[in-house]
Ligand binder design. Structure first.
Ligand SMILES: Nc1ncnc2c1ncn2[C@@H]1O[C@H](COP(=O)(O)OP(=O)(O)OP(=O)(O)O)[C@@H](O)[C@H]1O
Ligand SMILES: [Mg+2]
Length: 616
C-alpha cells in the first residue's frame, strides 16, 4: 500500500516540462478519441504500448510466487532430514545450499518486479496524463470557464497517480496472489485433508469480509479527492488574484475561507482512511485466528504422529504466508477502490465532448482572406435564448481590407473575434473566409490562417524563443531575430542577458505592456496568417513604445486582411471600413472615408465627441 503522501509528493516532483517531453515519443501511440473506458478498457488501452514490460513483469511475479511456495518445502526436507538419524551431513548441506539459492532468486525477482512495475506504471500513466491533457485542452472554452486550472491539475495528476498502481500491479498482483493462496491451500490439502479443510473455510470467510468492505469505501475516496480538487482550485484562483485581493484588503477573508476548505478536505480524507483501516484490521484479525488454528492442529497431529515435525513447520509457515496474499489482495482492492473514484472522474473527463467539432478539412487560400458574416446570431449559453450577445450581424470585408471595429464595452467586439477563430460556434447564420465556411476546415487549418492578438498577451515561463514560437523548435533563430529587428525590438533583445534563451516570467511580469504587444506581433509574423484580428489593449503606452507599435502594426497588416478592435483614434485611421457595434447589433457599417464625409453618420459623431472618451 502506498501512503497518500507519496502521491502529493509526486504531484510536486513532476516538472511541468514532462508533458512536453512525453509529447515527443508518445503522441502517435494513442488516438485522442477514446471510447467509453471501464477498468479493463483503461488497462488494455494504456498497457498495450508497453506490453513487453507487462510480460516481463508477469514472469517475475509468477517466478516469485512459485519460489515462495517452494522454499518452505525445502526447509521441511531439511528439518525432517535433520531429525532423521540416518541422514548424512552432505544431504543437509545440499538442502541448505538449495534453500539459499532459491531464496536469493526469490529476492531478486521481488526487487526486479518492483523496478519493472514502477517503470510500467510511470510509462502508462504518463501516456494517460498526456492524452487527458490534450483532450481537455481541446475542449470548448465553455468547459474551461467552469473548471479552474487547479481542479484540472488534480485530475491530470493526482487522479492519474492514484491509477499508477492499478496499471503496474493490479492484475498481476491479484492473480498472482490468488495463485499463491490457491497453491498454499493445494499443498495443505495434499499434506492432509484435515489441514486443508479448516484453512480453506477461514480463507473463504476472509474473502467474503473483504468483498463486503470493497464497495463501502469507494464513494468516500471519491469525496476525498473532490475535496482535494477544491483546495487546488481555491488556491489557484486566489493566487492568480493576489494583486486584486491585496488591494481590496481581502486577505483575512480569503484565509478564513481557505481554512474552511482545508478543514473540509481533512474531514473527508479522515473518513476515507478510517474505512480503509477497518478493512486492513479485519484481515489481521483473521490471520491471527488462522495462526492459532495452525498451532492447534499442528500440535495435535504431530503429537499423534499423524505428521512429521517438518510438516508442522510447513503448516505454521504457510499460515503466516496466507496473511500476505490476503493482505496484498485487500490492498489491491483498496487501491482499486481509490482508483475507482479516479477512474470515474477521468472517465467523466474523457466523456466530455467538445461542442466544437473539427471540420472535415478544407484548404484556405494562403494570401489575404475575405471575411463574410451572414446573419450571425450568437449566445454564450445555448440554453438561455434570451441571452443573445450578437443579433443578426452581417458584413463583408474584402481581402486585404482593414476593418475598424468600434463599440462600447460589452458590445460584442471580442466575441466577434472569438467566433472567427472558432473558440465558439454560432447559433445561426454563417461566417465565411474567402467563401469557405469556418466549420469546413479543421480547427488547425483554420487557426493556421488566422492570427489573433488578444487584449492581454499571455507570456509563459519559458525562454523568449519558446514564447515566440510556441515551443516550435523548427523555426530558425535567424528568422526570429529578423522579425524582432523588423519590429524595432533589437534594442530590447540586446538588453536580455542571454538573448533568445533568456527565461521570461509567467504572466509577463518582466516586460511592459507595450513590449508584450510587440512580442505578440512577433508571434503573428512568424505564423504568417492571411487574416489578423487585433483586440487592442486599452492600456495607455508611452509615446516611444506607441510609435514602435504603430510601425509594427503597419507592417503586420501589409498584404493581410485585418480586423482591429480599436480603442484609439490613431488605430482607427488605418481602417478602410468601419463597423460600430451596439448591444450586439451592427449600428453602422461602411467605408471610413464615406462615413467621415457624411456628417450625420454615427462615426462622424463619434469623431466629434472624441472617440477616446466614448469608447475607452
Ligand atoms: N465567455 C463568456 N461567457 C458568457 N458571456 C460572455 C463571455 N464573454 C463575454 N460575455 C458577454 O458578452 C458580451 C460581449 O462581450 P465582449 O467581450 O464581446 O465585449 P467587448 O465589446 O469586447 O467589450 P470590451 O470593449 O470591454 O472588450 C458582454 O455582455 C459579456 O458580458
Ligand atoms: Mg473586448
Amino acid at each position: 500500500m502506498r501512503p497518500e503522501v507519496a502521491f502529493e509528493v509526486r504531484l510536486i516532483a513532476i516538472p511541468s516540462v514532462s508533458l512536453k517531453q512525453q509529447n515527443v515519443n508518445v503522441k502517435a501511440t494513442i488516438s485522442m478519441d477514446i471510447p467509453k473506458l471501464g477498468y479493463w478498457g483503461l488497462l488494455t488501452t494504456y498497457i498495450k504500448p508497453f506490453r513487453r514490460l507487462f510480460y516481463l513483469l508477469a514472469i517475475l511475479v509468477l517466478l516469485n510466487i512459485g519460489l515462495q511456495i517452494a522454499n518452505p518445502l525445502v526447509v521441511r526436507f531439511f528439518i525432517d532430514s535433520a531429525t532423521d538419524q540416518s541422514t548424512t551431513t552432505q544431504t543437509l548441506t545440499y538442502a541448505a545450499i538449495a534453500f539459499l539459492i532459491l531464496a536469493t532468486i526469490q529476492q531478486l525477482s521481488a526487487v526486479s518486479s518492483v523496478y519493472v512495475g514502477e517503470n510500467l506504471a510511470w510509462s502508462s500513466t504518463n501516456l494517460m496524463r498526456h492524452d487527458l491533457a490534450e483532450h481537455s485542452y481541446n475542449l470548448d472554452m465553455s468547459f474551461h470557464k467552469v473548471k479552474t486550472p487547479g481542479e484540472m491539475i488534480e485530475r491530470l495528476d493526482t487522479d492519474i497517480s492514484a491509477l499508477a498502481n492499478f496499471f503496474s500491479a493490479f492484475v498481476l498482483r491479484v492473480t498472482g496472489n490468488s495463485l499463491l493462496l490457491l497453491g498454499i491451500l493445494v499443498v495443505m490439502f495434499y499434506e492432509d485433508w484435515r489441514i486443508g479443510v479448516p484453512f480453506t473455510i477461514t480463507v473463504i470467510i476472509t474473502m467474503i469480509l473483504l468483498t463486503y468492505f470493497r464497495n463501502i469505501a469507494i464513494p468516500h475516496w471519491e469525496k476525498a479527492h473532490e475535496a482535494s480538487a477544491e483546495v487546488f482550485g481555491f488556491l489557484e484562483e486566489r493566487l492568480a488574484g493576489t494583486e486584486d485581493i491585496r488591494s481590496a484588503g481581502a486577505n483575512e477573508y480569503v484565509f478564513q475561507q481557505f481554512g474552511d476548505v482545508l478543514d473540509f478536505r481533512a474531514k473527508k480524507w479522515k473518513r476515507a482512511w478510517l474505512l480503509n483501516f477497518l478493512v486492513i484490521r479485519s484481515i489481521f484479525t483473521m490471520n491471527a485466528v488462522m495462526l492459532i488454528m495452525a498451532f492447534g492442529i499442528g500440535y495435535y497431529m504431530f503429537t499423534n504422529s499423524l505428521i512429521t515435525l517438518g510438516t508442522a513447520y510447513v503448516m505454521v509457515h504457510y499460515t503466516t504466508m496466507l496473511g500476505r496474499p490476503l493482505r496484498e489482495i485487500s490492498n489491491q482492492i483498496q487501491d482499486l477502490q481509490r482508483a475507482g473514484g479516479s477512474i470515474l472522474r477521468v472517465q467523466q473527463m474523457y466523456e466530455i465532448r467538445s461542442k466544437i467539432e473539427d471540420g472535415p478539412g478544407a484548404e484556405l487560400p494562403d494570401d489575404a482572406l475575405e471575411v463574410t458574416f451572414e446573419n450571425v446570431t450568437f449566445s454564450y449559453d445555448d440554453e438561455k435564448d434570451d441571452d443573445i450577445i450578437l443579433h443578426d450581424v452581417s458584413f463583408d470585408l474584402g481581402a486585404g481590407e482593414i476593418l475598424g471595429l468600434l463599440g462600447r464595452t460589452g458590445a460584442g467586439k471580442t466575441t466577434i473575434s472569438r467566433l472567427i477563430y472558432r473558440l465558439y460556434d454560432i447559433n445561426a447564420g454563417a461566417i465565411r473566409l474567402s467563401g469557405i465556411d469556418v466549420r469546413q476546415p479543421t480547427i488547425d487549418q483554420l487557426r493556421g490562417h488566422v492570427g489573433m492578438v488578444t487584449q492581454d498577451v499571455q507570456i509563459f515561463r519559458a525562454t523568449i524563443r519558446d514564447n515566440l514560437t510556441f515551443f516550435n523548435n523548427s523555426v530558425p533563430d535567424d528568422r526570429i531575430i529578423e522579425v524582432l529587428d523588423d519590429l524595432g525590438m533589437t534594442e530590447w533583445l540586446d538588453r536580455q542577458e542571454e538573448g533568445l534563451a533568456t527565461m521570461m516570467e509567467s504572466g509577463g511580469r518582466s516586460i511592459s505592456a507595450g513590449e508584450a504587444q510587440l512580442l505578440a506581433f512577433t508571434r503573428i509574423f512568424l505564423q504568417d496568417p492571411g487574416l489578423i484580428i487585433m483586440d487592442e489593449a486599452s492600456s495607455r503606452l508611452d509615446p516611444a513604445t506607441e510609435l514602435l507599435i504603430e510601425q509594427a502594426v503597419d507592417k503586420l497588416l501589409r498584404n493581410r486582411t485585418g480586423i482591429i478592435i480599436a480603442h484609439r483614434l490613431k488605430t482607427v485611421q488605418r481602417a478602410n471600413k468601419i463597423m460600430i457595434l451596439e448591444d450586439g447589433r451592427v449600428k453602422e457599417f461602411g467605408n471610413r472615408l464615406a462615413l467621415m464625409a457624411d456628417s450625420k453618420s454615427h462615426f462622424s459623431e463619434l469623431l466629434i465627441t472624441g472617440m477616446e472618451e466614448v469608447l475607452v
